[in-house]
Write a protein that binds this ligand. Structure first.
Ligand SMILES: Nc1ncnc2c1ncn2[C@@H]1O[C@H](COP(=O)(O)OP(=O)(O)O)[C@@H](O)[C@H]1O
Ligand SMILES: [Mg+2]
Length: 433
C-alpha cells in the first residue's frame, strides 16, 4: 500500500535499497501474547507516530495491549557517524522497518564445570538475550560508529555462513579481536554485541548461547592437566553448537594470558605444559570455527604484542581506545541524569548535549552555564579510561559530598575535585613504573 509503513523480516533483505530502521520490542517475561499480535500492535504504534528523531524509546503506551505485554519499543542504532550529529528526522514511511521481538532470560550465568566436584569453573554460560546484558550496548560510548560497524561486520559474516558462501572463493571468518588498553569496554562490548545479534537474528536462530572462557583459570589450578581440560571444555561447547537452532558466541577474554604463557614456555621459563595448553586451545578454536553458527570473540589488553596466532585467526580486528572529549561528556551526562533520576542530585536541572552546546557556539548563558562546566571537566578528564569515568561520580560523592542529596552545581564541583585526584593518582602510578 502506498504511503504505508513497510516491514521487512530479515536485516539483509531490503527490497529497494531503502534505509532499514531496526525496532527492538522488549516483551515482558510474564506475557503470553503471540508474536504476530505484538508485531501488529507495534506497527500500529509506529504508524501513529510516523516521524521520529534518531534513537527513540517508548516505555509508556497509549493503548492497553502494549501496556500489558510490552516493556519497551525502541528505534535503535540510527547513528552512523559521530556521537554529536544532528538528530535527523526519520520518516518511517520511507524506511524499511525490521522488527525484533524478544524476551529476556532472567537466569544468571551457569558455570560449565568439567569435573563433578570441581569448585573452579572453566567457563560461564548465559542464554541470550540475557537480562544481565540488557542496556550494556547503550551504555558504551564510542566515536565514529565503531559499534554499528562491528555489528554490520559480524552480521554479514553470520549471513554469509548461513548462505553457505564458499570461503575458499570469498575469504572471511567469524573470529573477532578487540584490542586496546584496559578499561575501554572491550569485554562489555563483546557481551553487548552477542546480545544485540541474538536479538537481531531471532528470526533465524531460536537461541543465543554465550560462553565466556576463563583463560586465567585454564592455567592456574590444574596446570598439568590443562590440555585434557581444554579438550573437555570444547566438547561441551561442541554440544551447544550441534543444536543448529542456536547461535553460539564463545568469548576468550584477555588472550594475552595465553600468549604470555606460550612465550614464557618458548623462552624456557615455563614448563612445556603451557605450550601444550595454548596449542590445544588454538586447535580447538580452528575446529569449532568451521561451524556456521559460531562466532568467536577475543579481547586483548596489549596492542603491540598480540600473538600472531590470534591476530592471523581474526578477520575483524578492532582497536578500542579511551573515549574522546565528546564521548566523555556523553558518559558523564548519562551518569548525572541517573543521579538526578534517583534524586541524589536534587533538584533536577537541565543539561544540554554537546550537540546543543555546539549549535549555540558554546556561548555562556543561564541555560548553558552548568553544561559548559561539565564540558571543562570532560576536557580535563581526557585520557581516563571508560571504566575510570563511570566510577568517577561515585568517587565524587564518596569523597567530596558531605550530604545525602546535593545540588547539580555542588556536585559538579565535587566531580572536578575527583578528576584532579584521579589524574594525580594516575601520574603517581606512572612515575612508579
Ligand atoms: N567507551 C565506554 N563508554 C562507556 N562506558 C565504558 C566505556 N569503556 C569502558 N566503560 C565502562 O567500564 C567498564 C569496564 O569495561 P570492560 O568491558 O571491563 O573493559 P575492558 O574489557 O576493555 O578492560 C564497563 O562496564 C563500562 O561501564
Ligand atoms: Mg576485559
Amino acid at each position: 500500500m502506498e504511503g504505508d509503513i513497510m516491514e521487512v523480516g530479515d536485516l539483509k533483505h531490503n527490497p529497494d535499497d531503502m534505509t532499514t530502521i531496526h525496532v527492538e520490542v522488549h516483551v515482558k517475561s510474564s506475557s503470553t501474547a503471540e508474536r504476530s499480535d505484538v508485531k501488529m500492535h507495534v506497527l500500529a504504534l509506529l504508524k501513529r507516530h510516523c516521524v521520529v528523531f534518531g534513537v527513540y524509546r517508548w516505555t509508556e503506551f497509549d493503548e492497553d495491549f502494549l501496556t500489558k505485554h510490552v516493556q519497551s519499543v525502541a528505534i535503535v542504532d540510527t547513528e552512523r557517524k559521530l556521537i554529536v550529529v544532528l538528530p535527523q528526522p526519520i520518516d518511517l514511511k520511507s524506511c524499511c522497518l525490521s522488527i525484533h521481538i524478544f524476551v529476556l532470560n532472567e537466569d544468571g550465568p551457569s558455570t560449565l564445570t568439567l569435573e563433578e566436584d570441581e569448585e573452579l569453573s572453566a567457563a560461564n554460560h548465559w542464554l541470550l538475550p540475557a537480562a544481565e546484558f540488557h542496556g550494556i550496548w547503550e551504555s558504551l560510548v564510542y566515536d565514529s560508529g565503531v559499534k554499528t560497524q562491528l555489528l554490520d561486520y559480524v552480521s554479514t559474516t553470520i549471513y554469509f555462513s548461513d548462505k553457505n558462501v564458499d570461503s575458499n572463493l570469498i575469504s572471511w571468518n567469524r573470529v573477532v579481536l578487540l584490542h586496546g588498553p584496559p578499561g575501554t569496554g572491550k569485554t562489555s562490548l563483546c557481551k553487548a554485541l552477542a546480545q544485540k545479534l541474538s536479538i537481531r537474528l531471532a528470526n533465524r536462530y531460536t537461541y543465543g548461547q554465550f560462553v565466556e572462557i576463563n583463560s586465567h583459570s585454564l592455567f592456574s589450578k590444574w596446570f598439568s592437566e590443562s590440555g585434557k581440560l581444554v579438550t573437555k571444555m570444547f566438547q561441551k561447547i561442541q554440544q551447544l553448537i550441534d543444536d543448529k537452532e542456536a547461535l553460539v558466541f564463545v568469548l576468550i577474554d584477555e588472550v594475552e594470558s595465553l600468549t604470555a604463557a606460550r612465550n614464557a614456555s618458548q623462552a624456557g621459563t615455563e614448563p612445556s605444559d603451557a605450550i601444550r595448553v595454548v596449542n590445544s586451545v588454538l586447535t580447538q578454536l580452528d575446529q569449532i570455527k568451521r561451524h556456521p553458527n559460531v562466532v568467536i570473540l577475543t579481547t586483548s589488553n596489549v596492542t603491540e604484542k598480540i600473538d600472531l596466532a590470534f591476530v592471523d585467526r581474526a578477520d575483524i580486528k578492532q582497536y578500542i581506545g579511551p573515549p574522546s572529549v565528546e564521548g566523555i561528556f556523553s558518559i558523564y551526562l548519562s551518569c548525572l541524569q541517573e543521579l538526578m533520576k534517583c534524586q541524589i542530585i536534587y533538584p533536577r536541572q537541565q543539561l544540554l548535549t554537546m550537540f546543543e552546546l555546539e549549535t549555540m557556539g558554546f556561548r555562556e548563558c543561564n541555560v548553558s552555564e552548568l553544561s559548559l562546566v561539565l564540558r571543562n571537566i570532560a576536557t580535563k578528564s581526557k585520557g581516563l579510561s571508560g571504566r575510570a569515568l563511570r566510577k568517577l561520580p561515585f568517587l565524587a560523592h564518596a569523597l567530596f559530598v558531605k550530604t545525602p542529596t546535593v545540588s547539580l552545581e555542588r556536585f559538579l564541583e565535587a566531580m572536578d575535585l575527583a578528576v584532579d585526584k584521579q589524574i594525580e593518582e594516575r601520574t603517581q602510578l606512572l612515575n612508579c613504573v
